[in-house]
Design a protein around this ligand. Structure first.
Ligand SMILES: [Zn+2]
Length: 418
């Protein structure tokens, strides 16, 4: 190649790599340092005043009559359970709670069957045997391109639990999650302990995350002229996963008022704790191995499992990549949680679809770019993706795993208090 051609190629690559204005441009950046440097995305920047300050606990914004009016309709159905211990503290001194667990507080006894009538049980596993509901908390992480590229190379979809403040910081990364065909769920605005919030503030944590996330979706497809955030025309994400699993019947009732169902987990990789409190990579590896081994010991003979994992940082994403093939070898199916429950229309906007479980395992994974929220797009069930590589039904191979003989501890910072 002549020097001038080389130079042209370098310049072309450089221009392409520095496209920070589109999802595809941002998604093609290979250097995490560039990927994680801030960029200005006008459709987001122009709306920021209509949302709470990022990474701060949310409240209903003054003058936001749409949010206030919606909250006013939900509030009567919210039980009079008091907020629990203050946010982000590990000091429970003076805090009293009945051992009978009257609020179905997950942090206390991993309760997933609400005691308040009318609330749906939390999703804590998946109905299909030898299946894992695959998902990652705390995204979108600015450096996730390599991880998402890996998932794409496996044609693997997952449930991504995005934090509203992260979406605001990294809107093009959030758009990639949707464009790649992943299932996007609410993981609150500021990632605090939800039971510590007043009810209106807990509502705001979910409300603004939902509308922010889907506002981005509408920007992607450029089909909704959103002059306001009218709940009746806004797509809603179908699930909330509470940070630290900190949910009780009051928070569930607020989430239900927004059309959200709570997803929890039954196994914790503790990947997010690497380097904290003595948790090491060796222990996280062991947690993964234990979950994988459970696929062979009968634990998942009648239902599947959900393990808590994160796209929090390079370590957590690297762990996911390191263990993917083993997961695939042990479990018959690795599917997004909503797919496991046949939630073919996971959002309020009904023209976005994803496959049923049966369709997914037969290779009808949602095609990249299926996220036609707000448009008249076709359903993902007709996508051309193939998931054949994971669908070998190889239980014999799965059974070759040896059960490690210990259960993962399902713990959160809160459970350690009691
Ligand atoms: Zn989280």
């Amino acid at each position: 190649m002549r020097p001038s051609a080389v130079l042209f190629a370098i310049l072309a690559l450089r221009c392409y790599a520095q496209d920070r204005t589109t999802e595809t441009g941002e998604g093609s950046i290979a250097d995490p340092q560039i990927e994680c440097s801030p960029y200005n995305y006008p459709p987001v920047a122009s709306q920021s005043a209509a949302f709470p300050t990022i990474w701060q606990p949310a409240s209903i914004l003054p003058g936001d009559s749409a949010a206030q009016n919606l909250w006013n309709t939900i509030a009567p159905s919210v039980p009079g359970i008091s907020p629990k211990a203050p946010q982000w503290t590990t000091n429970s001194a003076g805090f009293q709670y009945s051992p009978s667990d009257p609020d179905c507080w997950w942090s206390y006894k991993q309760c997933v069957t609400p005691k308040l009538s009318g609330l749906s049980p939390d999703i804590s596993n998946v109905p299909e045997p030898y299946t894992t509901g695959y998902g990652f908390d705390d995204g979108p992480n600015c450096s996730h391109n390599a991880f998402y590229d890996y998932l794409a190379s496996k044609n693997q979809k997952a449930t991504m639990y995005y934090i509203g403040s992260n979406v605001m910081d990294w809107p093009l990364e959030a758009q990639r999650g949707l464009a790649d065909g992943h299932e996007i769920c609410v993981h609150t605005w500021s990632h605090r302990y939800m039971t510590s919030f007043s009810s209106p503030d807990a509502f705001a944590e979910l409300y603004y995350s939902m509308y922010y996330l889907l506002y981005k979706a509408s920007v992607i497809h450029n089909t909704i002229n959103r002059s306001g955030r009218d709940p009746s025309c806004s797509p809603q994400l179908h699930a909330n996963i509470p940070p630290f699993g900190d949910v009780d019947d009051r928070i569930r009732a607020i989430a239900r008022g927004l059309g959200l169902q709570t997803i929890i987990w039954d196994y914790d990789s503790n990947d997010w704790r690497n380097g904290m409190g003595g948790i090491t990579k060796t222990q996280v590896d062991s947690n993964y191995e234990t979950f994988i081994n459970m696929a062979t010991d009968g634990t998942f003979s009648t239902h599947g499992g959900i393990m808590l994992t994160h796209e929090l940082n390079n370590f957590t994403m690297s762990e996911a990549v390191e263990f993917y093939d083993k997961l695939q070898g042990a479990f018959k199916y690795i599917v997004p949680v909503g797919v496991a429950y046949n939630k073919t229309q996971p959002y309020v906007e009904k023209n976005y679809t994803q496959p049923t479980f049966e369709q997914y395992i037969k290779g009808a994974a949602a095609a990249p770019g299926n996220g036609n929220i707000g448009s008249s797009g076709t359903g993902g069930a007709a996508g051309s993706g193939s998931t054949a590589s994971q669908k070998n039904g190889d239980t014999a191979r799965a059974l070759s795993w040896t059960y490690a003989g210990k259960l993962l501890a399902v713990t959160t910072a809160w459970t350690l208090l009691f």
